[in-house]
Write a protein that binds this ligand. Structure first.
Ligand code: PXP
Length: 246
């Protein structure tokens, strides 16, 4: 099966909100991503609503034909919204107000009992529950133990090391992501990956055999300024396929 590409449209909303008006419209971007062959749309409704807003989630659910991956923090407010919205997938991420982006993975191992109870109603409502975690075996084992369907491995550190020119560190991080992905698949979890990926960094992650989906946002939206969103998605897809020898 072809590795899936989920396109995160959060930063179309960031640009819209910079001026407080109605454009650029994240729903229009989602439809354009769909036309360009994206397999899903990801949107993160943050507690502070800094980019995506509640009305965007409702409009996306109405407009798109491909699955919505609803990213959110594990709070009561977000659980209620997800249960009302009924997206295809819910991806739980840690959230800190001061951070610029999602900096680390969720501490599933340290919060197992609460998260087990938290995801049960989401799963019962038909959502595929994904946990955004680091590659540490304890986190992966905890995700399997509490009944998550999916883990998304955080590739941000790998991308940061690449950008800093620390190629030895990057390769060590890549090896840890590779073994984390293998462990997760052995435990019966579907494996996704994402955060910070670009044309420069995507190939080794796309090449990890058990990684079934990549979720990519900021780089694609940035590149859309120069080459257009459709062509940026098409090039990303081509690089993913080339990396998998497809
Ligand atoms: N996956 C998850 C779980 C994320 O939180 C994010 C960022 O919102 C992404 C993927 C996409 O990251 P980026 O925008 O850096 O491509």
């Amino acid at each position: 099966m072809q590795q899936r590409l989920g396109v995160n449209i959060d930063h179309v909303a960031t640009l819209r909100n910079a001026r407080g008006g109605a454009y650029p419209d994240p729903v229009r971007a989602a439809l354009m991503a769909q036309d360009a062959g994206a397999d899903g749309i990801t949107a993160h409704l943050r507690e502070d609503r800094r980019h995506i807003r509640d009305a965007d989630i409702a409009a996306l659910m109405d407009a798109i034909d491909i699955p919505l991956n609803f990213e959110m923090a594990a709070t009561d407010e977000m659980q209620a919204i997800a249960l009302r919205t009924r997206p295809h997938a819910v991806c739980l991420v840690p959230e800190k107000r001061q951070e610029r982006t999602t900096e680390g993975g969720l501490d599933v191992a340290g919060d197992q009992a609460r998260l087990r109870d938290y995801i049960a109603p989401l799963r019962d409502a038909g959502a595929r529950v994904s946990l955004f975690i680091g590659h540490e075996p304890a986190q992966i084992e905890a995700a399997a133990a509490i009944g998550a369907a999916v883990v998304e491995l955080h590739t941000g550190h790998y991308c940061d090391l690449h950008a800093a020119g620390d190629f030895a560190g990057r390769d060590t991080e890549l090896a840890a992501l590779q073994s984390g992905a293998a462990l997760a698949a052995d435990l019966g979890l579907e494996v996704h990956a994402g955060h910070g990926l670009s044309f420069e960094t995507v190939a080794p992650i796309a090449a990890i055999p058990s990684v079934m989906e990549l979720n990519i946002g900021h780089f694609l939206i940035s590149e859309a300024v120069f080459m257009g969103l459709g062509p940026a998605i098409a090039q990303m897809r081509a690089q993913m396929q080339a990396a998998r020898g497809a």
